[in-house]
Each structure stands twice: as structure tokens, then as C-alpha cells.
Design a protein around this ligand. Structure first.
Ligand code: HEM
Length: 425
């Protein structure tokens, strides 16, 4: 029986055996199934749609521990792959190797070195200085669709905002940014697989980035790519390949995640009118505290990253009392951990004022999201501006009619049709 509670609803109905995962119903509301797993099979071996078998870790305490466990490697070479599953984790070296040796696929000491270098260029200060530009982009996008009184907030707002923002930050000239929007659109619509249009888009992006890095080396600016080239640590610099892989992972990790933060977050506000009214009231009074805790709560409640990226056991180990063999893939289910009643009182309740909220939406440990300050800036600016400029924003369809994108790692809506009174300037 697929879970049938209302979207984001209450506890799972009792069930005799493990729920079906990765069905259509599951994609629209995985939370009842995760609740069952947390209670009955907290470290659960399952076959993924790709045929790969992996352990799903669903309790908060186990998830947090696993994310910080250095015996779990990010390097796909540690995957003990059966022949039928070859390459199905979607990341190993057969794909565009030079772009794939990025932060999320490597372990210390390489990870430590690369992360230190990128942290020198991608600083919280650089992000803070970027705030006026994010506000300007947000307003421009609303200006573009505002007069219609209706919009698909995914395609017209949540999708373009992060891609233009990250392009600007990296130093991609404005006239080339629509190409990036199209390549990224291809990747988000057709998933991460290496086939057809997606492969062509990745290739175009790679060639473009390689060329841009070349040009920035000759003619540096005040942008992040120039910063990456300049960054040095004990006399070490990023190689051109490493800089290209870094630019790629910044785009790739910072794009669909932020689309989903804006999409899932707006959807949650529209389906929780009292919470939304409270936030609108506080914004109207010029307060920012509820916006800040609210965006964290939206990340906990229905975050963009449903499962953390692949990890592989480098030696036999135990998680939550379960033995895991060397070579086994482990997937930490952030969305399940963040609804764990053992950590969060009333976990299925959206409470924008929640303060004791150490959610795992940005991960934990050495791979903790590098872009969290940028994501917070974009999420807060986007949601606050939507509510301010389109105060009567409402869903144009019933929640059940909305479709969620499939895909293992991310959780987000395909479309978010809304109506509103056209705003003034
Ligand atoms: C890593 C979430 C936005 C760059 C991660 C991880 C999570 C995450 C869960 C850890 C994955 C793992 O351990 O398997 C999010 C969410 C975002 C967001 C929810 C938006 C709301 C961004 C942005 C950027 C970014 C805007 C950059 C522009 C990165 C990078 C890593 C990362 C580079 C890898 C860090 C490492 O391995 O050391 N993110 N992210 N993210 N994120 Fe984000």
C-alpha cells in the first residue's frame, strides 16, 4: 500500500512490511514511508530504481553520525559494484572524469586541500557583498511575470534566480548567462544521466568553463573564478582542471538545490496559511528574525536534498546496530532524519519560529554545504520579496495536482502554478 496521508501529513499508518519506495506516490509524499522506516527498519537495505542496492539511514542520530564518519568514503572507487550495477551510482570515473573529481567525490587529504583553497575565494564576505545583486535579480524576475497575474513559479522564478546568481558570482558575462540557463534546464529536466542532450549540455558547460578559466587567468577580475585561480595554500594553487571541476560543482550543487528551496519553501508557505500570514506580518513590521528561522524550518520540513550524496563503506562497520559490509553504498536520508521525533518535537508540524533546529538539510561534517550562506541569502531574499510584492499569492491548482520531479537525491516540484494581483513597482 502506498502512503496516502495528506502531503507532509501526520504519522504513517501501521503496516506489516516495508513500504514501497520510489513509487509515484512516494515521490509526492515520502514522509509517511520514512516514518515507518525510522521506526521499524532505521538502517534499511533496499534496491534502488537503478538496480543498485544501498543502505538507507533514516534516524537523526545515525544520520548525523554517518555523515561525519570518515570510514564512509565519497570516492566511488570504494563501491563494491556487482556487474549489473556498474556505473549506476551515476558518478564514477567513466563520466567526464575531470569534472567529477570535485569536493563531493573525494576524501581527505585531497578534499581538505581543495576545500581550503575554494574557501579562500568563496567567503561569507563575498556572499554578503552580493546581497544587493540578488535583490535586484529577484525584482527583475518578478517584474517579468508580474503583470500577468499568474505564473509558474518554478520556471519563471525559482529556476532562473539561482542560475543567474551563480553565473554572476563566478564571473560568467551577462550575455552568456542564458546559455547556462538552457544547459542547466536540460540537466534539471532530464536528470543527471550521461545521455543525449544532458551529455551535450555538460560538455558545452565544461568547454565554456575551461575557456572562461583560461581567459580569467590572462585577465583576472573581482569574480569567484579569478579568486579560485588566485587562491593559494602553502604555495599550492588549483590546477586548471581542478578550477573547472570546482566551478562546475558550484554550479551543479548550487543550482537545483536552490530551485527546490524556493519551490518547496513557497509551496509549504502557501499550504500553511497561518504560518505564512505570521511571516507576512513580521516582514511588514520590518522584522527579519522569523524570516531567518523560517527558512531554516523550511529546509528541515521539506528540504531540497532528500538524500545526501553517495557514501561507500571502506571497511566493515555498524550504523544504528546494523552491520554494513565493506564496499556497500550508504545513503543518508536527510529528509527522514529531519522529521525524526527523537530530535524534533512535533516533527511533521511546520513552525517557522522553531529555534532549536539543527537540521541536516545542508549536511554535516567535512562535506557540509559550502554554499549555505549563498543559499540562505537567495532563499530569504526570494521568499521575502515574493510575499512583499505579491501579498495575495495563492496556488492556482489543488496540491494533489502538483507533480514532484523524480530522481534520487533531490526533492522538488516540476511546476508551481500561482495567481496574484499584479504588483506595483
Ligand atoms: C554540499 C545542501 C546550496 C555548494 C552540500 C550538501 C548538502 C547541501 C546536503 C552535503 C552533501 C553530502 O554530504 O552528501 C544544499 C542546499 C542548498 C545548497 C539544501 C540550497 C538551499 C548550495 C549553493 C552552493 C552549494 C548555493 C554553491 C554555490 C555546495 C558544495 C558542496 C555542497 C560545493 C560540497 C561541499 C564538500 O563536499 O566539501 N550542499 N546546498 N550548495 N554544497 Fe550545497
Amino acid at each position: 500500500q502506498p502512503p496516502s496521508a495528506c502531503p507532509h501529513g501526520g504519522p504513517a499508518a501501521p503496516r506489516p512490511s516495508a513500504p514501497d519506495l520510489f513509487t509515484w506516490e512516494f515521490a509526492s509524499n515520502p514522509y509517511p514511508a520514512y516514518s515507518w522506516l525510522r521506526e521499524h527498519a532505521p538502517v534499511h537495505r533496499t534496491e534502488l530504481p537503478s538496480g543498485v542496492e544501498a543502505w538507507l539511514v533514516t534516524r537523526y542520530a545515525d544520520a548525523r553520525q554517518a555523515l561525519a564518519d570518515q570510514r564512509l568514503s565519497k570516492n566511488p572507487a570504494h563501491h563494491d559494484e556487482p556487474a549489473h550495477a556498474k556505473g549506476k551510482t551515476g558518478i564514477p570515473g567513466e563520466r567526464k572524469a575531470e569534472l567529477m573529481t570535485h569536493l563531493l567525490n573525494i576524501d581527505p587529504p585531497d578534499h581538505t586541500r581543495l576545500r581550503r583553497l575554494v574557501s579562500k575565494a568563496f567567503t561569507p564576505r563575498r556572499v554578503a557583498e552580493f546581497a544587493p545583486r540578488v535583490q535586484e535579480l529577484t525584482d527583475q524576475l518578478i517584474d517579468r511575470f508580474g503583470e500577468k497575474g499568474e505564473a509558474d513559479l518554478i520556471h519563471e522564478f525559482a529556476f532562473p534566480l539561482p542560475i543567474y546568481a551563480i553565473c554572476d558570482l563566478l564571473g560568467v558575462p551577462r550575455e552568456d548567462q542564458d546559455d547556462f540557463r538552457d544547459w542547466a534546464g536540460m540537466m534539471i529536466r532530464h536528470g543527471g544521466g550521461p545521455r543525449g542532450g544532458v551529455a551535450r549540455s555538460v560538455k558545452k558547460m565544461r568547454n565554456y568553463l575551461a575557456d572562461l578559466i583560461h581567459r580569467k587567468r590572462a585577465d583576472p577580475g573581482d569574480d569567484l573564478i579569478s579568486g579560485l585561480i588566485r587562491a593559494s595554500d602553502h604555495g599550492e594553487h588549483l590546477t586548471e582542471n581542478e578550477a573547472a571541476a570546482m566551478a562546475f560543482i558550484l554550479l551543479f550543487a548550487g543550482f537545483e538545490t536552490t530551485v527546490n528551496l524556493i519551490g518547496n519553501g513557497t509551496y509549504a508557505l502557501l499550504t500553511h496559511p497561518e504560518q505564512r500570514a505570521e511571516l507576512q506580518r513580521s516582514l511588514g513590521a520590518g522584522e527579519t528574525a522569523l524570516l531567518e528561522t523560517g527558512v531554516e524550518e523550511l529546509l528541515r520540513f521539506d528540504g531540497p536534498v532528500e538524500l545526501a550524496t553517495w557514501r561507500f563503506a571502506t571497511e566493515p562497520l555498524r550504523i544504528g546496530g546494523q552491520d554494513i559490509a565493506a564496499g556497500d553504498p550508504v545513503l543518508v536520508v536527510l529528509a527522514a532524519a529531519d522529521r525524526d521525533p527523537a530530535r524534533f518535537p512535533d516533527p511533521d508540524l511546520l513552525d517557522l519560529s522553531r529555534v532549536d533546529n539543527q537540521h541536516l538539510g545542508y549536511g554535516h561534517g567535512i562535506h557540509y554545504c559550502l554554499g549555505a550562506p549563498l543559499a540562505r541569502l537567495e532563499g530569504q531574499t526570494a521568499l521575502a520579496t515574493l510575499l512583499r510584492r505579491l501579498p495575495d499569492l495563492q496556488l492556482a491548482v489543488e496540491p494533489e495536482e502538483l507533480r514532484w520531479r523524480g530522481g534520487l537525491i533531490m526533492r522538488g516540484l516540476r511546476t508551481l502554478p500561482v495567481t496574484f494581483t499584479p504588483p506595483g513597482r
